[in-house]
Unconditional design. Sequence first.
Lengths: 353, 390
Amino acid sequence: MRNPWARTGNYKTSYAQDTTIFATYSEQASLVVFLIGMLVLPRFLIRGDMQILDLILIYALAVLGLNIITGYAGLINIGHAAFMGVGAYTAALVAPHLPFWAVLPVSGLVAAVAGAVVGIPALRIKHLYLAIATLAFQLIFEWAVGHSPALEQGGAMAMPRTVFLGYEVGFKNHHYFWYYVTFAVLVLLAFAFRNLLRTRFGRSLVAVRDNDRAADAMGMDPGRTKVFAFALGAFYAGVAGALYAYWSRAVVIEDYSLMISIKFLAMAIVGGLGTLVGGFFGPAFLELLDINMETFSYWIKEIYNPPGVDVGSAIRPLAFGLAIVLFLIFEPRGLANWWRLLRSYFRNWPFKY
Amino acid sequence: MKNKWTLWALVAVLGLGFATAEKVHIMWSGAITGPTSDAGKYYAQGIEDYCSWANDTGYVAGVEFVCETRDDQYNNANTLRNFEEAVDRGDPVFLGYSTGGTLQLKPLVQEVGVPFIPASYHIGNIDPPDNDYVFLPIASYSEQVIAVLEYIAKVAPGAKVAMAIHPSPFGRAPVEDAKKAAAELGIQIVEVQEMAKGLDYTATLKRFENKGVQYIVYQNVAGPVANMIKDAKRLGLKIKHAGAHYAGGPDLLRLAGDAAEGFLWVTAYYMPHEDNAAAKFVKELGAKYGRPADAIESVHYPSGMLAAGIAIEAIKMAKAAGQKISPESTYEALLKMNWANKLAVGPVTYSKDDHVGVDQLRVLEAQKGTFVPVTEPFSSALFRKVHYGK
């Protein structure tokens, strides 16, 4: 091709081209611009904004893990926050003895082991029954933590202050520091996620999701694939849990409850199940929606506050529920599909097709 | 002539400057929606109304309070965001809410040194580590449960007691102290049962009956407690019921109806139906700011007022001492506080070693649809011994 930068369509002519991580040069260039933009972004944000941004990135990491389990392997998981919790509690236990950069993979690995154990029922059951099995894990996790004196029975386990290159991370720079750490981890694991689909295992995931009997007939091992999907998804959640523990400075059971598991599912659906970008869009959309609805609810309270009905307060949870329902009805492929359409439009521009 | 006008303008500007009150922000972050919002919404209203009253009456000369009640939906990440916003703004004090949120924020509260007054009376909030800046408005859940055990030991020596607790750090907080206190008091805690959100507690209650339980002591919120005591009434059990602050109150009466008759409840707050200055004050404020009867009769409304009152009183003390209003001066004022407030059965007192505001409690009994005090205000005789070993 004479000018690859000006390519307006899909001109792949070989299998190797079809499996490249980035389809076009413009895609690579836009990624570089995006990464640079993200690196300089903290210069333009106040500390409070950084706090929200950190939370979005941490949740994005957890939702990427959920996307492996539910989006790619098709295994409904309503215990994902428990995997995150396993990572967080591991972090709380090992953080006094290890530097933070070692705590993150250790937490991920412990969560992966938990994920593999939870994945074992997936060898025999699926659909709603598997969902209930993951729910059972969530409840067992909450019960086990609640009855473990070593884990403060679900009360707070404080995280030690982080020291990096002799520099102690304090209140003023806490969110800036953890932004860069989380961002680096997220880029690394998102890259691994993207690569995953180019591997034999990645393709097995999709095959098992679409029809596990057919996948079995094709020589794949559906059982091992499912267990490995749980382990890998839990690894992502475990790392996210460790990051959340550092970010929030303490580990409390409420941060890893069933409600958070449901929130992750909502994020995955709104973002777009089975997509990489959906893992970013979902958390960003729902977190920013919540914050904006909070501001909106205060405004509503000021102008319309009838006695007996707290309209302002009700608007916030209503918006969360409404967003999920509307996406399920009108755009079940989530925001990732809008992103795909947008990219397609600009790739073909000025032509329609 | 020109100079004369300039002089007048200068005087006017200076005058306006002196007349403008200093705005002091106080933020509360709690559940107006989501779990426990039945308590949180009235707690928030109590804070808002006490602040409005302080502003309307000029309670702290030269200060206008801007009280923000933020709905964190019982989500710790939202609580953290709100707290950090308050710290960044330089708020002199922060009003918190949940047990989990407070426990999670403790290391940060310690780091930034902003006084923190939660609605959770979990003893872990003021136990080491990181406990310098957290102040409980009233005695802890642990002390409340021990106080009711002391009462039970007095009226039914050697009684068999079961504890029914919320399955969380909030519920579990008093268990160990209660067991130690029971041993000292010569009563038996025969079982500690965590109460899930069940709608039928028949099996649990029949087991309690078989074990000869005479009293069930609850550390929970009113909803599950109401379900259990209604089941006990339906089963015709002779077991008596008692509970700590969030287990009882007018909310329980509303939810459980006549099944609540005889329920023993421990709290430090006066009730709105009582004939005293506290009840009059609460009702006046509720009426003045257009609150519904449910809010005024709820114990969470004066609870919010007391929390806001402690913060405002500390700021008043700091101002009276000629200090700039800041977290540091508010903290220093809190450590010297001895406030004869209108809302609780005892004064709010703090010191470096004592971060419990109102040390006294009362036991009230549900009689014909209202809670009637059956004791004078008292402090638990055993709490310090079993918890601190002194």
